[in-house]
Design a protein around this ligand. Structure first.
Ligand code: ATP
Ligand code: MG
Length: 285
């Protein structure tokens, strides 16, 4: 039976999370050796460890069937591949920054200026869409020093905290796009391989759902049951069980991580007690 070849970053910001995702999907991969390829012992998948820049090309050509990389690289390389799922990690912004003492008004500031970047295609498309003429200086790395050495007036780069900008005397003035890790696939996968991708996606869905949700148990006074249940959507509706103590019930349900604190506060206000919040290991909808 043919194996699905997945390309992930060899070493860098995406490597650990990519392997962790596969592991959370129950896919065993030995990473003990420094090999550039390895097979899973319990899932029909072979992992290729590559530079992230090369992944779009390999997936387009079918050297790898699928790959995990930053969406920014997918846009920049503009290869003919399918982006099948955002993965929710390695989030970052791609920003324009200028020397911190410059006065910034709006995008027209950049008209006729030189901008240094490692992402000429994303930046070129952005300025073209906004009808602004700039000269793009493509450089491989250390983009932040370009203005201070006189190579460019501004830069376009990935920003997470902005501290690198500050230490180089720059300030962020525009966010052009936001990126995160994505799963891409070759456009002409054989049926057998597509079936493996579908199995993998099913597992990724379960892993992602579980990380976005919490299992919650609480005791509620019966006279407030209706109000409390109204706060708790649950997968279908919450489970309500009578407690041994007269006049009280136990409620079990699943809530979204991001609404969690709001809901807890309201529950307490309705007299809920003994609230337990548990991690969900996997969640199949
Ligand atoms: P490679 O050697 O594989 O080419 P790289 O140096 O190009 O690695 P990394 O710095 O490891 O790449 O970043 C990989 C991806 O992580 C980026 O393309 C981006 O999608 C994402 N990322 C998230 N936060 C940041 C950040 N603060 N700086 C750079 N990349 C980030
Ligand atoms: Mg790279």
């Amino acid at each position: 039976m043919s194996k699905l070849k997945i390309a992930i970053q060899k070493s860098g910001r995406l490597s650990e999370k990519s392997l962790e995702l596969l592991k959370d999907c129950g896919i065993k991969i030995s990473t003990s050796s420094r090999k550039l390829r390895t097979e899973s012992s319990n899932f029909p998948i072979e992992v290729l460890f590559l530079r992230d820049d090369d992944i779009p090309q390999y997936v387009e050509q079918g050297v790898a069937d699928i790959g995990i990389l930053g969406e920014n690289e997918v846009w920049e390389k503009a290869k003919d591949v399918n982006t099948i799922r955002q993965l929710g990690f390695a989030g970052c912004k791609m920003c324009l920054a200028i020397p911190k003492d410059e006065v910034y008004t709006d995008l027209s500031y950049f008209e006729g200026k030189k901008v240094a970047t490692s992402y000429p295609r994303i930046l070129g498309n952005f300025f073209q869409d906004n009808n602004i003429n700039v000269k793009i200086e493509e450089i491989g790395g250390s983009v932040e020093i370009a203005p201070s050495i006189g190579l460019a007036n501004a830069i376009f780069d990935i920003v997470s905290t902005g501290s690198t900008l500050l230490t180089n005397g720059l300030k962020q003035v525009e966010t052009v796009v936001e990126s995160q890790a994505v799963l891409i696939s070759n456009k002409n996968l054989e049926t057998e391989k597509q079936a493996i991708v579908d199995r993998l996606l099913f597992r990724i869905e379960a892993v992602k759902q579980s990380s976005e949700n919490k299992y919650i148990l609480l005791n509620a006074p019966n006279e407030k049951l209706e109000e409390i249940i109204a706060l708790l959507p649950g997968m279908k509706s919450p489970t309500v069980l009578p407690l041994a103590q007269e006049g009280w019930s136990s409620i079990h349900t699943v809530i979204k991580e991001d609404t969690f604190w709001d809901i807890i506060e309201q529950l307490k206000a309705f007299g809920a007690e003994g609230i337990l919040v548990l991690e969900i290991e996997k969640m199949i909808l």
